[in-house]
Write a protein that binds this ligand. Structure first.
Ligand code: COA
Length: 194
């Protein structure tokens, strides 16, 4: 990513880069700053009793990704003389077909509804296309109106399957929007990561 990857929000310069192993502590701080509501929307279960050791383990996993199968972009600001993560967008590839991946985006509460989530998802789509991925699947709670709206504003072919309160949102990111297999669930071994 280059200098064009800058955005200004609430007086902060935000820059975007791929996650790296030095982000471990920053990711943990990010996780603990998320509200319960945001964590529930993202992880879809009550995270209140998640032990610290698991959060640390998940952070270690996410910031040391195997880049053949995963990718993650972070949004960073400079606050209190240090880098702070304010958003994470990630995908994990289908272990069989490699042309599909599961994705997720989460933005720190104070920076939500200001265009950051959409910007991060667009960057993630760019990165996914470069890896030959044609289809992204997001698991959402059926009442997650912001994310559902965001996906619809991408103007890409999408398929939304609503089943018992959970949505599978398939986004066809192939250049012509003609990936016929988009809608088939990728096998990713889902994990709890930021
Ligand atoms: C979902 C999430 C990533 C979206 O990021 P965001 O920065 O808040 O959203 P954006 O500001 O980029 O908004 C995207 C669109 O939704 C609209 N929107 C944003 N907040 C909204 C709100 N509270 N109510 C209605 N629409 C809203 C925006 O207007 C924008 O649409 P537009 O381009 O037509 O104007 C973020 O809210 C979040 O982290 N939520 C909790 C975690 C989560 O639900 N993750 C998704 C599961 S993978």
């Amino acid at each position: 990513m280059n200098n064009k990857d800058l955005m200004q929000l609430d007086g902060y310069d935000i820059h975007f880069r791929l996650i790296c192993s030095e982000d471990h502590e920053r990711l943990i701080r990010f996780y603990y700053k998320l509200s319960d509501k945001t964590k529930f929307l993202r992880f879809q279960f009550n995270t209140a009793n998640i032990p610290k050791v698991r959060v640390h383990k998940e952070a270690a996993f996410l910031c040391n990704l195997d880049r053949n199968t995963h990718n993650a972009i972070v949004a960073i600001i400079q606050r209190d003389n240090q880098e702070e993560i304010i958003g994470v967008a990630r995908f994990v590839r289908d272990s069989e077909t490699a042309s599909a991946a599961e994705f997720a985006v989460v933005v720190l509460d104070e920076f939500q509804s200001k265009g950051l989530g959409k910007k991060m998802l667009l960057k993630l789509i760019d990165a996914a296309r470069k890896m030959g991925i044609n289809c992204l699947l997001g698991y959402l709670l059926s009442y997650n109106d912001v994310m559902i709206h965001l996906i619809k504003t991408l103007n890409l072919k999408t398929k939304i399957i609503n089943f018992r309160g959970q949505i599978e949102a398939y986004i066809d990111i192939s250049q012509q929007g003609t990936d016929k297999s988009c809608g088939k669930k990728p096998k990713t071994g889902r994990e709890f990561t930021f």
